[in-house]
Design a protein around this ligand. Structure first.
Ligand code: GAF
Length: 394
């Protein structure tokens, strides 16, 4: 991590600001084992933070009110005045940050100038939540530097709201929650309705979770993410009109759903059907993990892909190809697209000693069919956002 991430971030900070940073923070991306698109529908999800991070090198400047942020990997920088109201800007990466700042600025304004350089090993647009890592990382920094006394839940919610208000994506809470609450070797079972959560050991009994990056990039602002959410909200409205006594979306049955199919229309019906089935699958997956039943976990992952592809319609040809072909390989228990969809990664449950062979076979087939070199990430389940306090002088 030093070579790849921390040292280059530090070097850039020193080169640009001619000083040492006072803090280094690491904010992780996430995987999601199962529970896709249910985080804005009272569902359960099973995400985990991973060992791919945004690294922030930070220094406070009490004598000024200017905050300069350098996005090292993009070769861009942006300066804003912490005493002035902030508005969305052209640079999307900066909107994640400004969206966080605007919420905290409204509460009180204890801020002064700052110098920040950040750099990342989370590939952008690959479904590993680089945006949540950026939002929550910045909220965490402000919390630490200015003693804001925010709880971890508040940091996650501020990150999510920044996405809604400044980035225009009506996302759920899963990505931000995983980035903040991640724990080494533990999967989080999160109830997105109450935000109650518990941790599970991620022992996969000789199998590992490998990510295959289709390298088809997506942005949830221009993909169908917000549209899917609208389809679902419409379906919910119809359901609650007929069954006002039902408290949470996940308490509707498929029989109730079918009874209002005509009023809601076939599109919202299939979206809601997928969601109700997916929420149940997550509960079954949590039981399968606890019981060490990896075969069944694999079956559930594959069922999720079928639902995402045909009912929720957020997959794409490249992801369908990767999943279909991976499932044909020996030693593969399950595969599915991961995250919001329309590109990004598949997550695959593969016997450890068969992984190399699977990777080789799928890379070749993918290159041949799409002329794209697939990328492979073997990730470790890691801690959530934290200050990096080890020695980092190079
Ligand atoms: C994206 C969103 F940001 C999450 O909130 C979630 O809905 C996910 O897609 C799909 O499960 O990552």
């Amino acid at each position: 991590m030093h070579e790849q991430l921390i040292n280059p971030t530090l070097e850039k900070f020193r080169a640009e600001f001619r000083e040492e940073p006072e803090h280094i923070f690491l904010s992780p991306g996430r995987i999601n084992i199962i529970g896709e698109h249910v985080d804005y529908s009272d569902g359960f999800v099973l995400p985990a933070a991973i060992d791919k991070y945004i690294c922030f090198a930070v220094r406070k400047l009490p004598q000024t009110s200017l905050c300069t942020i350098i996005a090292k990997d993009l070769g861009e920088e942006y300066t804003f005045d912490v005493t002035k109201e902030v508005k969305p800007v052209q640079q999307m990466w900066m909107n994640y940050i400004l969206g966080v700042f605007s919420q905290l600025q409204q509460k009180e304004n204890p801020f002064c100038g700052m110098e920040i350089v950040f750099s990342s090993t989370i590939p952008m647009g690959s479904g590993l939540s680089s945006s949540a890592a950026l939002e929550c990382g910045f909220a965490y920094i402000l919390n630490e530097l200015f003693d804001l006394h925010l709880t971890k839940k508040e940091i996650a919610v501020i990150g999510q709201k920044s996405e809604h208000t400044f980035a225009g994506v009506q996302c759920g809470i899963m990505d931000q929650f995983a980035s903040v609450f991640g724990k080494e070797n533990k999967v989080i079972m999160l109830d997105c309705n109450s935000l109650e959560h518990q941790y599970f050991d991620a022992d996969l009994k000789g199998y590992s979770l490998l990510l295959f990056d289709s390298c088809v990039k997506h942005s949830h602002l221009t993909s169908g993410y917000n549209e899917r959410r609208k389809d679902v909200e419409h379906g919910k409205k119809v359901l609650w009109k007929k069954f006002p006594e039902v408290e949470k979306f996940r308490d509707f049955t498929t029989t109730m759903l079918d009874s209002v199919k005509e009023q809601m229309g076939s599109v919202s019906h299939k979206r809601c059907l997928y969601l109700l089935k997916e929420i149940k699958r997550v509960e079954m997956a949590a039981k399968a993990i606890s019981a060490g039943n990896v075969e069944y976990l694999g079956t559930l992952l594959t069922e999720t892909h079928a639902g995402l592809s045909t009912e929720f319609e957020v997959s794409c040809n490249e992801l369908d190809f990767l999943v279909e072909n991976t499932l044909q390989q020996e030693g593969v228990l399950g595969a599915r697209m991961m995250g919001g969809g329309f590109g990004g990664c598949s997550i695959n449950l593969i016997q450890e000693d068969k992984a190399e062979k699977v990777i080789q076979a799928i890379s070749e087939k993918y290159l041949e069919s799409f002329n794209i070199q697939m990328k492979v990430y073997q990730v470790k389940i890691s801690d959530g956002i934290k200050e990096y306090t080890n020695e980092y002088i190079i």
